[in-house]
Structures are given as structure tokens and as C-alpha cells.
Write a protein that binds this ligand. Sequence first.
Ligand SMILES: [Zn+2]
Length: 495
Amino acid sequence: MSDKREKLSILQTLTVCNLKEICEKNYLKGYSGTKKELAKFMVDNLEISLEELKNICNIYQIDKLLVKIRDGRDHFLNKRVTIRGRDKISPIVDVGGHRVIINNLGKENFSYLCDDKCADYLYQVKKGSTPFCKHYAAAIAQLIYEKEINPKDKINYIEGQVLEELLEVVNQRKRDEGEELTHRDIEGDLEKLNTDFLDIARQNRTIAREKYHDEPENVFEDLVNRAFLLLDFDTIPQRSGHGWDIVLIAGRAVHPYFIVVECKTAAEGTYNYLVKKQDYLYTLKSYCLDLFKDKLIGAYKGYAKYMLLVAPDFPGETEGCCRKFKDITGFQLSFLPVPVLLKLVNKYRETPILNHDWIEPFFQKERVIKEEDVEEIFEHAEKEIDLLSERLCAKLRERFKQISQISGDAAFIKLDMNVVSSVLEEVISEMPELVIPERRGIVDYINIEHDYYEIWERILKKLGKEFVNILKETSFSQVKNTELKEDLLRMLKVK
Ligand SMILES: [Zn+2]
């Protein structure tokens, strides 16, 4: 085969997006028409050696496999994978309604089948453009997770970087199930957001490809998810193309709530599709209702309250949609530009004083959320902390006043342990934002929110100061003899 023909056949294995990206990188302009025409145009006009082209192509191929692993991740993490036939070499695995039949795993004569409902399998695997579908990836993850196969043995098409990605998914499941304890990489995630978030939101394909090996749309969703994890929300991300992208769970609020999040990249820097096409509101409606709220049962339905669109920026006219959206769905819709979300995350990591109750007004704006709203939410939290501390201090002082009058002497404030625990209980019941009580059987528990350590520090400091003040005041005012002194006086008969 001549160099030109080989180049052409290599280029044709890539997607149109990939081809355009290569053109952009090589400052090649003026392309149009079908993929085939584009590939021909590139062969004629691109100054690139066959060797180089093979390398570039290889990177795209690996990235394609990485994407399959990530696409299969939801099936595996959400436990929709079941091993039906436990045969080390030829296992059968059900993945979310699809059956994956593997033959001769790790061998030369390997083959696998996914069922005919799988579009990936029909249009990509069978035609040779990609070696496996997302269901194969999810099946292998489950087999590794259940120790049916060893990641050190040969697994067809899954090796090197692709294997690492798959093992990371398996580890994620172990972490979710508490089997493996790892530290949160707060610094690392913050750094990623601060350097790449806005570029990715504006569809920078080069950064998405080189640093994250994926399309900017997918990377963007992942970064939005990380941002909300850094804000100490629980999240359920969903990578599949259809429906909402992320659900945020504010489970620690006194009245818990859920937020449906939709992520939108925009190459021009402003997401204005909704302005142009108001009908899109009905798609968002189905995300909130059909694909979310309607699936919930009982009290959980009442928790579904907010929808958030995240994009690099929004035009002001977008705001007209919010009232209409509330009328048709009952959800409060707001728009969150990436720079505002970044500011919120950075400020929160510096001063983590927002809990799920105090941050809630942020999602009730029903307009484009602004940087000033971030300042406001923190001021609001500061005020709440002050109010809470004042309430607790007043409670402490009031209780001590009652107790010390009846039981004190010059040296001690005498407290009955039952009274101590009742004081503690009262103090705790005053702060439902920070402590959640729970009864299991006949035992009462309290759940302390460890992410709110900064709030605790501020409140305990004030409470500690108040306690010291109470001691000081008592020390200055008490004149009553100690019991020890009274005893001695009696024995020595000093009058
Ligand atoms: Zn499949």
C-alpha cells in the first residue's frame, strides 16, 4: 500500500471531530464536506509523516477505549452488573439489560458478544471501529471486583492505561462501599478546577484531550461534579447521554433537598440556547419530573426542589424562563456561571462555614447567580454562626445560674452528672444544623457533621469563652465557705 493510501485508511478510522482537531492543530483550514472528503483533503494538504500519523491515531484509539470504560462505569458503580456464568475463560455477564458472552478470555482466539440491542456493539464493534462496547468494560470491572479474574492476567483489549482506568473504577466502588479508605484529594481537585474549568467549559478540545483523554463535554460534567464534592455535597453523576447530568444531595439540611444539575459547555463562552429555543424548557422539565421526581417515593418527592444549569456564562434574557419553569414543574431554576461556581468553591475551601441549610438560598435565586451572591451567602453564614453561638451561650449561662445557686461553694460549682448530660442534651438540641439525632432501638445517638469543623471551631471558641466567663464571675462573687473549711472550723472549734 502506498503511503498516501495507508494514511487515508488510518484517518478514516477516526471521527470527524478527531480529524478537525488534527487540522486545527496543524493550522490547516478550508475543510468541508463528508468525512471521506475531509480525510482525502488532509492526505493531500497535511505535512505529516506516516509514522507521526500512526502515533496520533494510537492516542485517539486509547482515548476511545478510556471513554468506553467511563461509559460503562455507571452500570458497574450502580450495581447493575450480575455474573451469570462463572467460568474463568468464558464467563457470561448481564449488564443493565444486556447480556455479554465472553469466549476464551485472555487467549488468541478470544471473542465476545453483546446483544443486538447494544448500538455500540452493532455499529462500532461489529464494524471494527472500536474493539469493545461499554458493557464489556462493565462486565470486566465486575469480574475483577468479584475476583473472578486477576488484573495481572491478560485481559483482551484492556491493558496499560486502559487497565489503569478500569482498576480506578473498581477502586472507586470499594471506596464507596467503605472497603478502602483513601484521602480526599482536595488540593488536587481545586488546582484542576482553577486551571482548566473555564477552558473546558468553553470546549477547549486540546486540553480535554491531552490532560483528561476525553471530550470536553464529559470532562466538564466531571469537573462540575468535583466542584460540588468540594462543597461537601453528596452527588450522583450520570454519564450516559440521556437525562440529567448530576443530582446533588443536601442530606444534612434540617429539611433535606435535592438539586438536579445540567451541565452545558459553550464554545462562544455564553450558553444562549435556552434564549433561542424556549421549548428546551420542556426537555429540562422531563429531566426534573419524568427522569427524577416521578421515580422517587414518599417523602423523597418533597425533597426534589431545585434545578441548576451550569455553563461558562449565561445571557441575562435567560432569566425570563425561571417563572415559567416553576409553573410547569414546581422546581426553582437558576443559572450558575462557571466563574461564580469557582469563586464559591475557593471561598468555601478557605473558610468552610456553609452547611446545607445556610447554602440553600443560593439555589433559590431563579436568575443568573452572581459573584455578589457568593459574598452574601458567606455573610449570611457568619450571621447564622453568631446567632447560634449567642443562643448556646445564653442557654449555658441560664443553666449554670440555676445550678450554681443551689450547689456552689467558694471553690466549686457542683454539678450532678444527670444535670450535666441534660445540659449537654439541651445544647445539642439547639443546633440541628450541625448535629443530627438518631434513635436505634433503645439507644440514642447523635451524628456530628465532620465537614463542618470550621463552624464547630468558631462556636466552641465562643462557648468556651462563655464558660470561662461564668467561672470567673462565680469566682469573684462567691463568698460561701467551702465544705472542707467548714469541717476544719468545726474540728478546730475556731469561732
Ligand atoms: Zn454492549
